[in-house]
Design a protein around this ligand. Structure first.
Ligand SMILES: CC(C)=CCC/C(C)=C/COP(=O)(O)OP(=O)(O)O
Ligand SMILES: [Mg+2]
Length: 278
């Protein structure tokens, strides 16, 4: 790989690191307003903590609508905190334990209005929340063998627990942790790769301004806030690749950038570095 700016940027992204927001987005959207946490976007963090015997840390809900049900420690991010700070706060509030994130395991999204970041994390201290310490955050916490019967708030955490157990047994991707860089919208930097008939690897670049990896931003119209964030990628690809038969699929997240603490510019946005190929 050469050492031009595009090659350097590609290496940074492939290493799971972050790149600053581009001067312009490659699919400027007509209504590109900064997103605002808890108003136009809701980010949720959840943690899968495993102990030395492979049990999963669970909390018992104190909320009225799911009272007594068990769930992973999880919660909505608050203003002016990073994603990792939110993870540590929610795990502490709901289980009593301190933790250190190992890697992002999954990012689930129902559009920019609801994005959940799930981490594999290690317990690093604190005292497991006992029944007598129950409060509005949770009734108690315990280690669960993820096999014996347990009334769950929702089964949507079971695939996340499986991902954690798989990763702990045999990591299938490099450690991926949020890079603290301010973004004002929910965007995706696309690493779109193609192999031609001579087996050369091509990477899509944008020539809007200096050559760079294309970055597409989600609209902030009510409809698009609830549409999958992938809509922004499809829009970009449709604009760039005039061959309708070429369909790109997203293959995974190489990294993500968010800061959320920028006092000068509202920076509740996130940028995902996404690998795509036909
Ligand atoms: C299918 C289901 C059940 C989805 C739940 C989504 C979720 C984890 C919301 C935030 O957690 P929270 O409700 O625990 O928020 P907080 O901890 O901030 O009260
Ligand atoms: Mg919670």
């Amino acid at each position: 790989m050469g050492s031009g700016p595009l090659e350097v940027a590609l290496q940074v992204v492939l290493d799971g690191r972050g790149l600053p927001v581009p001067d312009t987005y490659d699919t400027p959207s007509q209504s590109l307003q900064p997103v605002v946490l808890r108003e136009t976007v809701c980010y949720v963090v959840s943690g899968v903590l495993l102990n030395e015997t492979g049990e999963v840390l669970m909390m018992q809900e104190a909320k009225q609508d799911c009272y007594g049900k068990w769930y992973l420690p999880a919660g909505r991010m608050e203003a002016n905190e990073t994603i990792v700070e939110a993870l540590k706060r929610e795990v502490k509030e709901e289980t009593g334990l301190e933790c250190e994130p190992c890697t992002v395991l999954a990012v689930e999204e129902r559009g920019p209005c609801w994005i959940r970041f799930t981490f594999l994390a290690d317990p690093t201290g604190g005292v497991l929340k006992a029944v007598q310490d129950g409060d509005a955050e949770s009734l108690q916490a315990k280690w669960w063998d993820h096999d014996s019967p347990l009334p769950l708030r929702s089964k949507d955490i079971l695939p996340l627990i499986d991902l954690a157990l798989q990763y702990r047994a045999s990591p299938r991707h490099p450690v991926t942790l949020p890079q603290e860089m301010p973004y004002t919208v929910v965007s995706q930097r696309v690493v779109a790769t193609f192999v031609n008939s001579s087996k050369d690897l091509w990477v899509l670049q944008s020539t809007v301004g200096n050559p760079h990896l294309p970055v597409t931003a989600c609209n902030t119209t009510p409809t698009e806030l609830r549409s999958s964030i992938k809509v922004a990628i499809y829009r970009l690809i449709k604009q760039c690749i005039l061959l309708p038969q070429v369909q790109l699929k997203t293959c995974g997240i190489l990294g993500l950038q968010h800061f959320g603490k920028d006092t000068v510019v509202k920076s509740d946005g996130v940028c995902f570095n996404v690998l795509s190929n036909p």
